[in-house]
Design a protein around this ligand. Structure first.
Ligand code: SME
Length: 165
């Protein structure tokens, strides 16, 4: 297990940490074909890799318009989110990553924790475009996520989508 990287962290250190986390996930998921085990492993590795990820986990796409919470690390979250609601719903609906530097300025944000200030939600898609889940990361720091986080998290989610296509 890695010692969590501390906030703030320069882009080179963050990129290196994402490489380390991706390597660790690759090793842990080698030969694993259970979806929930994979989601739990990714949530764990990301949560323990970065000390500013205060809610780290997945909402699973269980129908064309409903997400149900999956494995996560952090305080409690809503158990169900319709595609029509919240940042997670927007990511599910549009299949595009939602980068929210200030959740208080985002009219659709669902506040599961009063301490959250920024958020990123990345869709997990199969190579043929089927939505499996969304990865949700919340931080108490304002603007905790940027384009580097987006690119690295999208690569991790694309890898998951390929494994469970
Ligand atoms: N903030 C999310 C809801 C999920 S929780 O933060 C864990 C949203 O607006 O969709």
């Amino acid at each position: 297990m890695l010692v969590p990287l501390s906030f703030p962290s320069d882009p080179a250190a963050r990129a290196q940490r994402y490489d380390d986390v991706a390597l660790s996930i690759g090793g842990l998921l080698d030969g694993e074909d259970d979806w929930i085990a994979a989601l739990a492993t990714v949530a764990c590795e990301l949560s323990h890799g970065f000390d500013w990820f205060h809610w780290t986990g997945f909402y699973r796409a269980v129908s064309d318009d409903l997400l149900i919470v999956g494995p996560y690390q952090g305080g409690h979250g809503c158990t169900r989110i319709a595609f029509s609601r919240g940042v997670c719903g927007a990511a599910a609906r549009t299949r595009v990553t939602q980068l929210v530097p200030d959740v208080h300025a985002h009219p659709d944000h669902i506040a599961c924790s009063g301490t959250t200030n920024s958020e990123i939600v990345v869709p997990v898609l199969t190579p043929d475009g089927r939505l499996l889940a969304v990865l949700d990361l919340d931080s108490d720091h304002p603007a905790a996520f940027d384009a580097l986080d987006q690119a690295c998290l999208e690569a991790i989610c694309a890898d998951l989508g390929r494994r469970f296509a």
